[in-house]
Design a protein around this ligand. Structure first.
Ligand SMILES: Cc1cc2nc3c(=O)[nH]c(=O)nc-3n(C[C@H](O)[C@H](O)[C@H](O)COP(=O)(O)OP(=O)(O)OC[C@H]3O[C@@H](n4cnc5c(N)ncnc54)[C@H](O)[C@@H]3O)c2cc1C
Length: 491
């Protein structure tokens, strides 16, 4: 009888834990996680005694991967849809609801766009030019700005598409690859002259949410964003789902399930270097400080920057490709107030939250109405807002200490919402190098990484850096990596 193979999964985020779970049926699996707890970005904290998601707060339901996994883990009863829908944007000096008929920020109802006032009349006329303009030349791997800006003008790009599509990964639409960041959108408009006409004629049910992302930072899409019941009793399937106890319960249940299946989860263990084992029975060695872990196969489910360090000696070319994937730093700041301190007029009609476009020059990129979106996140009579700050090219929030950051955020909330009152409590969570940027050339880079990895043997990559940053995409990448290592081990 052949011996059970040992696979090391480096990185205990959702992608790594899913890979470990999938491999556990046929292999001995060890997860190596640097932090004291596994889960990576799936983090739930606490504000005034209530669970509060400090990273992701929901996942897109379209691919089904997130919901399926939650149900498999016994979390079906915990699935909950956001209680709010729609979103708003800081535009032309005030907070305005996003117009209906947006597909990832691209307006397909130009009359609704004009009526909404989010852009001025001349900018709306400029957007309508998309319907009659001759075909725009597209070569190489155009950015979102190349495609959308050229067809619909700067105002639509900066006020709607950059905050919605670029906001998914705190990205800059002038750098982000249109094909890599918005593959469904890119497929819908491929070979078509007008973006608006192409999106109007796309099949019903094609969705307005990003395939590789997770919607706006607050989960709002501006069109059909996220209302409905998790059980489907309202008849329509919610676009997003969260978890009653917070998103970290997904990580906790994944870890428990992995352990039940015999996976060893080693936390507080940082992997330093991946080396060839030098013996037929030990193809790989993973150096973790003084310790050396042998393996038959390896899944690298760490951010690409960590993969680059792990591979630096083994394959400098591959390490260089991984290291070239840029990341954005972001922070989230949650604040609680008594309801009475909140200027209702501004927040009513704001939906799930407010997007803050880049040209405003503000640190804040989005304000989520957390207590409206997830009522369990606030005590009765209190309002919780979760502010996201920092984006690709804007490191100002990361450079401030917590007190200065909270002060800067409060100054911007005063300017945007007229919110003057002292908060009852605040919580700050920093996410350095957290959101991979799928810049122009990303798909070719990922192809080169995959080809080079195939040359190494029983090594696979998983996680947000490569084929989708949302939780469902990471789940699928973990499953794919596990399947590929299993196949390679069987050879
Ligand atoms: C603020 C924020 C909000 C988000 N909101 C949403 C949302 O609403 N919906 C959604 O679907 N997605 C959202 N995302 C994206 C999503 O959460 C992530 O893309 C996804 O969780 C990444 O999973 P992962 O397993 O690829 O990586 P990670 O979660 O980053 O896991 C990688 C793990 O590897 C570990 N590691 C790194 N280096 C080493 C090493 N050398 N040795 C050992 N371990 C190592 C890390 O500690 C980490 O635990 C959000 C992300 C952020 C930052």
């Amino acid at each position: 009888m052949s011996r059970r193979r040992r696979v090391l999964v480096v990185g205990g985020g959702v992608a790594g834990l899913v890979a470990a779970r999938a491999l556990s049926a046929r292999c001995d699996v060890v997860v190596v996680e640097r932090e004291p707890t596994a889960g990576g970005k799936l983090a739930t904290g606490e504000l005034r005694g209530r669970p509060l998601d400090l990273g992701p707060d929901s996942f897109l339901t379209r691919s089904g991967a997130g919901e399926r996994l939650c149900r498999e883990l016994g979390l079906g009863d915990e699935l909950v849809a956001p209680a709010t829908s729609g979103a708003s944007v800081l535009a032309r000096g005030r907070v305005r609801p996003l117009p209906p008929g947006l597909v990832l920020g691209v307006p397909i109802d130009l009359l609704a766009l004009l009526r909404s006032g989010v852009i001025g009349p001349s900018a709306a006329v400029r957007a309508a030019a998309d319907l009659v303009m001759p075909a725009s030349p597209r070569s190489g791997d155009p950015t979102i700005a190349d495609v959308v800006g050229r067809r619909l003008g700067r105002s639509v790009l900066e006020t709607l598409v950059d905050p919605l599509l670029g906001g998914i990964n705190a990205g800059d639409s002038r750098r982000l690859s249109f094909a890599a960041t918005a593959p469904t959108l890119a497929a819908a408009v491929a070979g078509r002259r007008s973006l608006v006409a192409a999106l109007r004629s796309r099949p019903r049910g094609a969705g307005s949410h990003p395939e590789r992302g997770f919607g706006a930072p607050d989960g709002g899409s501006g069109s059909d964003g996220g209302s409905g019941s998790a059980t489907g009793s309202s008849g329509s399937r919610p676009a997003f789902l969260g978890l009653g106890g917070g998103i970290a319960s997904l990580a906790e249940h994944l870890v428990d399930d992995c352990v039940r299946r015999g996976v060893v989860v080693r936390t507080s263990t940082s992997a330093d270097t991946l080396e060839r084992g030098g013996e037929p029975l030990v193809p790989w060695r993973l150096r973790c400080g003084e310790e050396v872990l042998p393996a038959d196969g390896v899944v690298l489910a760490v951010p690409a920057s960590s993969a680059a360090s792990l591979l630096a000696e083994l394959d400098p070319t591959l390490a260089g490709e991984c290291g070239a994937i840029p990341y954005a730093d972001v922070v989230t700041v949650a604040l609680a107030w008594p309801d009475a301190a909140i200027p209702r007029v501004v927040l009513e009609g704001a939906g799930s939250g407010i997007l803050v476009p880049r040209p405003s020059g503000r640190l804040v990129t989005a304000i989520t109405r957390t207590s409206a979106k997830w009522p369990r996140a606030a005590n009765p009579g209190e309002t919780v807002l979760r502010v996201s700050a920092g984006r690709d090219g804007d490191l100002r929030p990361s450079g401030l200490d917590d007190d200065a950051l909270v002060a800067a955020v409060r100054a911007e909330l005063l300017a945007i919402l007229g919110l003057t009152a002292e908060p009852l409590a605040t919580v700050v969570r920093r996410w350095p190098t957290s959101l991979p940027q799928y810049v122009s050339g990303h798909l070719d880079r990922v192809r080169r990484i995959e080809e080079r990895a195939a040359g190494l043997g029983t090594v696979a990559f998983a996680g947000a850096a490569y084929g989708g940053i949302g939780i469902p995409a990471c789940i699928e990448s973990g499953e794919r990596a596990a399947a590929s290592v299993e196949v390679l081990l069987g050879k």
